[in-house]
Write a new protein. Structure first.
Length: 213
C-alpha cells in the first residue's frame, strides 16, 4: 500500500537504487510510522513536488532541489523508512539489521557535504519571497534532511556524526532566523502558494521543536 499514485522514478531522487517501487514503499513507511509523531514535513507539498515531472535521464541528482523536495531529502526519508521495513532493499548488507537504511543516509550525507563545497546560498536562504512576505525556507528540503541525518546517526549511537550534523542544523536554523517571531502574511487567505509556504514553514518549526524537546 502506497500513500500516492504516481509513476515516480527512483532517478533523479536517489542513486542508491533503480527500484521505483522500493522508493515509494520506503517513503510510505516514513509517512506512516515516523512523520505522524513529529510532523516536520508537509506531506502534500513534498509529494506534489516529488510526483511532478522529473528531469531528464542525464541530470545530476544534486541539481534537482525543488521547494519542498530534493534528492537529499528523499534519501533521508528512505533511510528512516528503512527502519520499519523488511524489504531486502532496506538493508545495505543483506541480513545485517544494523545496516538498515545506511546506504540511503550515506547518500544524503554525501549530497549535504557536496552542497557545502559549492557556492554559499545564505543570501537565498535569508530572503523573503516577494509574494508571501514571510521567511521562506528556500533550502527547506536541505534543512529537513540534515535534521533527519542527525537523528538517524544519533539513534545508531554514532556520536561524532550526530554532533557534526547537529552543528550543521543549528547553524543553518540560526541563519534562517527561524527562532524569531513573525506574523502570518495577508496573502495567506487568498494566495494558495503563500498558504502552502506558511503551512510548510510552521509545520517544520513546530516539528523540530517537538522532536528536540
Amino acid at each position: 500500500m502506497y500513500l500516492w499514485n504516481c509513476n515516480t522514478p527512483a532517478h533523479p531522487w536517489t542513486t542508491v537504487t533503480d527500484d521505483a517501487e522500493l522508493v515509494a514503499s520506503l517513503c510510505t513507511q516514513f509517512f506512516m510510522w515516523e512523520q505522524p509523531f513529529y510532523n516536520y514535513i508537509n506531506r502534500s507539498a513534498f509529494l506534489e513536488d516529488m510526483c511532478s515531472v522529473g528531469p531528464g535521464p542525464d541530470a545530476e541528482p544534486e541539481t534537482w532541489t525543488r521547494e519542498f523536495c530534493s534528492p537529499c531529502l528523499v534519501n533521508a526519508i528512505c533511510a528512516l523508512g528503512c527502519m520499519s521495513s523488511r524489504h531486502p532493499g532496506a538493508f545495505k548488507y543483506p541480513g545485517d539489521l544494523r545496516s538498515r537504511g545506511h546506504h540511503f543516509i550515506e547518500e544524503a550525507e554525501r549530497i549535504v557535504r557536496q552542497e557545502e563545497q559549492g557556492t554559499p546560498r545564505l543570501s537565498t536562504m535569508q530572503v523573503c519571497h516577494s509574494h508571501t512576505n514571510v521567511r521562506s525556507l528556500a533550502d527547506h528540503p536541505l534543512l529537513q534532511a540534515i535534521w533527519m541525518v542527525m537523528w538517524f546517526r544519533g539513534a545508531a549511537g554514532q556520536r561524532f556524526l550526530t554532533s557534526e550534523f547537529s552543528e550543521r542544523f543549528y547553524w543553518m536554523y540560526d541563519q534562517l532566523q527561524l527562532g524569531k517571531a513573525f506574523t502570518r502574511p495577508k496573502e495567506y487567505d487568498y494566495n494558495p502558494r503563500a498558504k502552502l509556504y506558511w503551512d510548510a514553514l510552521s509545520e517544520a518549526i513546530w516539528g523540530f521543536y517537538c522532536q528536540d524537546t
